[in-house]
Design a protein around this ligand. Sequence first.
Ligand code: CA
Ligand code: CA
Length: 270
Amino acid sequence: MKHTILLKTALHFLAFTAIQTADVVGQSASKPEPAKSTSRDDANWLREKGTLIFHDAFEREEDGNLARAIGNGWNSATANRVPEIKMADLDEGILKIASATQKAGHAAHIHHEAGFTDGGAIVRFRFPGLNRNESLQLGFVDRQTKGIHAGHLCYAKLTQNNATLMDWKTGVMNLKIRKQRQNYRDRKEPIPTDLDTFLKTKQITENWKADNSWHDLVLVTEGDEMRLSLDDKLIARHRSPGFAHPMKRWFSFLIPSTVWVDDVKIWKVK
Ligand SMILES: [Ca+2]
Ligand SMILES: [Ca+2]
């Protein structure tokens, strides 16, 4: 009898210890963990932590061909170079961009005020399949900070076969680096290995196969990290000092060929 009581007490103690251990394990499991490469939900991060600072569904008609033709605060840095050509057509609630890259001497550059440190954009787009090698570059610009060519801070670029994230602020658009590179380009010489190695740290390229379907794209910066998701799947993430630039003043599209955009939202987290 005495042994039975002792045994029961011992079992009770063991069970109690097990519950305590489980509690501790449970607590540590509920702490935020670093995001795994494919499980990051940045659309949700923007909606939960951010403020929607701009939305355009493009449900209207454009007003001519010039810089302000899209309306709702959009501006084009390239439209007025070729006023006779319509590069941005609003049609059936979709912004249909067709760049006159050769005549304008530049890919269509369409931009809107943004204004955040951490945050990003959600864009619904498709490659209409009107031209070969359609590509979409989008990202952030700050023309008020000196030392960066045209204020190009950082971009994501989707081509037919891959997705690239690029820190241009401390990379190729840094005026000193740009000049250094240009010297070699002018002489048609390859850039030195150390510069090449340095510039490779400024970007990352991942495989992605383009098609002609509509896609939901999410591009964010958080601290010194930039992340790109497509259709709720994290495609690429990269850390580089330029991504931490304190003011993403403009949201910009750089489109050399044809892209259709159905919807744009810009969110500020901080
Ligand atoms: Ca139209
Ligand atoms: Ca629309």
